[in-house]
Write a protein that binds this ligand. Structure first.
Ligand SMILES: [Fe+2]
Ligand SMILES: [Fe+2]
Length: 239
């Protein structure tokens, strides 16, 4: 059932291309944050790993961008682009939420581990869902290998830097992700409610004003009207 939904989402080549472009942005942004994390850490092993990780994310961005461009070139654009539905089938979500300046090494590793694990799960589903589009499926397969490495090295390093407290740190990161998911959901619901309220206002509040404006227009005499002489000479008024 879940796979069928993803098959349907990815079946439209234009939606697929647009999703790949937005995934590419997240990957590139995450890569830049990881370079910053490499600059900030005092741990030489983490610095080297963060740089490798950043280079991987940059390569993913290029892969997604290239495949997205190929898909768009293969078919003319539509007047109204399809919805990306990224809330159902997201990219490497989490990389766009990195706070490298405020996190400790352990906190950052826990956050990265959970994000990479979630991304690996999503990308494995997309490999299956895109069986009908082998080149795009291959892109996800290639990216998935790196995400699995990211997921594993972040956990191994978390255990190294926090041998006693890594379980607690992971739970804290999990709760943080849950809170962010809740905020995303609530802002989505607020957006829908806002659209519904504005639509209701449009159909309930505007018609009386439109009616009054039309009635006032009907009462106006057509054509030019002569105005009194004293008003014509008044230089401070338009009428
Ligand atoms: Fe990635
Ligand atoms: Fe990654």
């Amino acid at each position: 059932m879940f796979l069928l939904l993803h098959r349907w989402i990815w079946r439209d080549p234009e939606r697929c291309a647009r999703k790949l472009f937005s995934f590419a942005e997240t990957e590139a942004d995450g890569g830049r944050d990881l370079v910053r994390a490499a600059e900030l850490t005092q741990d030489p092993t983490l610095r080297r790993l963060f740089m490798v990780h950043a280079a991987d994310e940059d390569r993913h961005a290029q892969l997604f961008r290239t495949r997205g461009s190929q898909l768009l070139r293969a078919r003319p654009g539509r007047a109204s682009p399809p919805l990306e539905l990224n809330w159902v089938s997201p990219g490497e979500r989490g990389l766009d939420d990195l706070h490298v300046h405020t996190e400790t090494d352990a906190g950052l590793l826990a956050f990265l581990h959970l994000s990479e694990k979630a991304a690996a799960g999503h990308f494995a589903t997309y490999v299956q869902a895109l069986k009908g589009d082998p080149p795009t499926s291959q892109v996800f397969k290639e990216v998935l290998k790196d995400e699995t490495f990211h997921m594993n090295y972040t956990l191994a390093q978390l255990i190294r830097v926090a041998p006693n407290g890594h379980g607690v740190i992971l739970w804290q990161a999990r709760l943080g992700r849950l809170w962010k998911a809740y905020l995303r959901l609530m802002s989505g619901i607020a957006g829908i409610m806002g659209a519904v309220m504005l639509t209701i206002q449009y159909f309930i509040l505007l018609p009386p004003f439109a009616f009054l404006a039309k009635r006032a227009a009907r009462r106006e005499a057509p054509g030019w009207r002569q105005i009194p002489q004293d008003r014509a000479s008044n230089m401070t008024s338009q009428f």
